[in-house]
Design a protein around this ligand. Structure first.
Ligand code: CIR
Length: 253
């Protein structure tokens, strides 16, 4: 059960954020509208949404997920792997401190983005990606194990972040796409498979009684409905343009 969420309003500089896609430049007004709908959805799911003001110095800072890893008892402030994003942690740390007493840090040369961390019950999966290096992954693994969690490191082949291709829905069920469909580390879970044409929907979020999914994923929506999940669909076009998905836009705890 998540009680709180943290989000950060996109700033005017959002349109200059990092991307590997060729979907074009985001439309700021549309991004703001989609962000408002995202906040409304998190409220509908029963969370208290803590809305942080924008910071134009950091175009990608609306993707707050990358700045921290949260558990019920402690928080880890990350060391984001993209140079232009690294300073985002200075805005997020005071907010995290207002909720958590125990705070750890990932330190250079370790790099780690929250988008590479997936929690399934008491087991954390840590992706080594373009943004998270082995040193960062090992630092986090040590912290998690010292606090009684299990942790495994997964080397990504194609996906941007670990959670670009897999999400946990509760009930030992994952929703999964691409290179993670047959990945040995995920074989013990029940799987809902996202078809290649809807791959973007693998980055969805279970928030209390709902699964929030990107609009335009009819097959995925159907599969979730058949499994008994209530879904909320959100337009995400302006975040997809900068490689962002539903999980990236919030911290949930
Ligand atoms: C970036 O390149 O860092 C942003 N444009 C997208 C970050 C997406 N975050 C996430 O998947 N957790």
């Amino acid at each position: 059960m998540f009680k709180h969420t943290i989000v950060k309003i996109p700033g005017e500089s959002y349109v200059n954020g990092l991307t590997t896609s060729n979907l074009g430049r985001p439309d700021l007004a549309k991004a703001m509208e989609q962000h408002r709908a995202y906040i409304n959805a998190l409220e509908k799911c029963g969370t208290k949404v803590n809305v942080l003001p924008s910071n134009n110095d950091f175009p990608d800072s609306t993707f707050v997920e990358d700045t921290a890893v949260l558990t019920p008892h402690f928080a880890v402030i990350t060391n984001p792997g993209a140079h232009s994003r690294n300073g985002e942690i200075h805005d997020i740390e005071p907010v995290i401190k207002s909720f958590f007493e125990t705070i750890y840090h990932i330190n250079a040369p370790g790099m780690l983005d929250g988008g590479d961390i997936l929690q399934i019950e008491d087991h954390f999966y840590i992706g080594v990606s373009m943004r998270t290096n082995l040193e960062g992954a090992e630092q986090l693994k040590k912290i998690l194990e010292s606090e009684g969690y299990k942790a495994s490191i997964i080397h990504l082949e194609k996906f941007f972040h670990l959670k670009t291709g897999v999400a946990y829905l509760g009930d030992h069920t994952i929703i999964v796409a691409g290179e993670f469909i047959d990945h040995a580390d995920f074989n013990s879970y029940k799987k809902i498979i996202v078809p290649p044409e809807e791959e973007y929907a693998a980055n969805c979020i279970r928030v209390n009684d709902y699964v929030i999914i990107p609009a335009g994923s009819p097959v995925t929506k159907q599969k979730l409905t058949e499994e008994g999940y209530q879904t909320i669909e959100l337009e995400m076009s302006e975040f997809k343009k900068l490689d962002g998905g539903l999980s990236c836009l919030s911290l949930r705890f």
